[in-house]
Design a protein around this ligand. Structure first.
Ligand code: 3PG
Length: 307
């Protein structure tokens, strides 16, 4: 019987686990669970005899892959797969996949939750401001960007997008005005919502130079990855620009600096929680289980990311 390990340091909801189990039972596969693990050694022993793995932001390194002698496929239940060592997967003939789009709405809703919290003086009762009529720039127009645009229209915001990999026609069809360069996006928009992946090209790319182009009252919302921010540059900018606010679903490495220097102008969730809804857990978890069944029973490689 094939064994499928769900290894999640940040667990799925129970209902998502129940639904994953139904999919795996249907294929005659066995579900193994490793949740809330606190030490790498627990992961290394849990992977020892499994054929497949479902993870979230859990790191799948060479060490993990070497401990997983029977592993044929690992699925990141989510969008960003910077936690998977793709080259190491390829070398060991392990297929790596993600589940694009499955948790996107949850992340997009959190963008607006944080924006309202920031704009309403962190619910202190102080006089805040509204989103209506303001400009929002969607930096990278993938699945999350699409939902951010949809919700922004509901708030009557002016919606702009920049994504060199997405056609202007697609954005226009969704009522999003495509801008030709990243500089133009940052120059135009009071709010920027970041949706770029973390990779060698994007790490630290959101730096002082680009952020300083934003107009008065600028707000950067980061539900992507902390690695894309040049934190030293952002701290310098926030020192010079008392109007600038940073809202992030990922606690930055230099969180203490922000806390000391910019009270009222930053907000960080304690733990990345954009995708932490029942719906997103079910959608992404079940998609991952189905992709595993489909690959192991018929070789279907849709959503493979390590070709
Ligand atoms: C993703 O890339 O899908 C999101 O960042 C969610 O990550 P999580 O599964 O660790 O919450």
């Amino acid at each position: 019987m094939k064994k499928v390990l769900v290894a999640t340091e940040k667990p799925f909801s129970q209902i998502a686990i129940d639904e994953i189990k139904i999919v795996l039972d249907g294929a005659g596969f066995q579900l193994e669970l490793l949740e809330k693990y606190t030490d790498k050694s627990q992961l290394l022993s849990a992977v020892a005899d499994v054929d497949a793995m479902i993870v979230r932001s859990d790191k799948v390194t060479t060490e993990v892959l070497d401990a997983a002698k029977n592993l044929k496929i690992v699925v990141r239940a989510g969008a960003g797969y910077d936690n998977l060592d793709l080259d190491a997967c390829t070398q060991r003939e392990v297929v790596a996949m993600n589940t694009p789009g499955q948790n996107s709405n949850a992340v997009a809703e959190l963008v607006f939750g944080m924006m309202i919290y920031g704009m309403r003086k962190q619910f202190s009762g102080g006089v805040g401001s509204e989103l209506r009529g303001k400009s929002i720039g969607i930096h990278a127009y993938g699945n999350v960007g699409y939902y951010v645009g949809k919700i922004a229209h509901g708030f009557d915001m002016k919606v702009y997008g920049y994504d060199p990999y997405v056609s202007a026609d697609r954005m226009q069809a969704h009522g999003v005005e495509p801008l030709a360069s990243v500089e133009e996006l940052y120059r135009t928009c009071e709010f920027i919502s970041l949706h770029i992946p973390a990779n060698d090209f994007t790490k630290k790319s959101i730096n002082k130079a680009i952020l300083s182009m934003m107009p008065q009252g600028a707000v950067l919302v980061n539900t992507a990855r902390k690695e894309v921010i040049d934190e030293d540059g952002m701290i310098e900018l926030m020192d010079e620009r008392p109007d600038f606010m940073y809202l992030s679903d990922i606690t930055p490495d230099k969180a203490e600096e922000f806390q000391k220097r910019f009270p009222g102008r930053y907000f960080f969730t304690p733990k990345k929680m954009g995708a932490q809804t029942e719906e997103a857990n079910v959608n992404a978890g079940v998609a991952a289980a189905r992709q595993i069944v489909s690959y192991l029973t018929s070789g279907d490689e849709t959503f493979r990311v390590n070709r």
